[in-house]
Design a protein around this ligand. Sequence first.
Ligand SMILES: [Cu+2]
Length: 201
Amino acid sequence: MLDPAGPAAESILTLMAMLLGLSILSFVVIFGLFLLAWRRRRGREPSLRLFLVGGGLVFPLILLSVATVYAVVLGERITGAREVPALSVEAQARQWRWEFTRQGAGGSVTRPDVLDIPAGLSVEVFVTSADVIHSFWVPRLGGKIDAIPGSRNRILLRADAPGRYGGVCAEFCGTGHTQMGFTVVAHDSAAWAQIEQGGTP
Ligand SMILES: [Cu+2]
């Protein structure tokens, strides 16, 4: 996730860096005030009003407003709610593997533990589970989404460049949890055209 390869993962990293920055800023300000109070304990009394209104209301209000607006704007990018995807894929989790199904030229195509996508295009993945709760996560491409029995959760992924991206189950789901990895293979346009014609990836 520290080496994002698509817009959703990039937004998540930006959001994390921004929240970390605000936390450090707030820590420095509060610790600075503490040091000031400690050094001046025998001096004149600081204004109680400034402390309560400034430190208790204005300062956190500014920090939280910035964080909220930023998170909402980035959240739109992460969920891709308004984007029209180029491809829809069904992902079904079960103890302890993944099955990815898409509609191809000759009917539905299912591959275990490998998700083929076109590079550079948005793909929506509908995630569900056949048994317990799992979680779908491709750290370099986007955030996590839970795989819940009886529910169909959507996540939007885009890989900017062709390549292989590792995915994991991010919710402890039993003794085989650590082996429940999968691979997202992003194909270039020529290879993807072949796959759409029914060729093997
Ligand atoms: Cu799992």
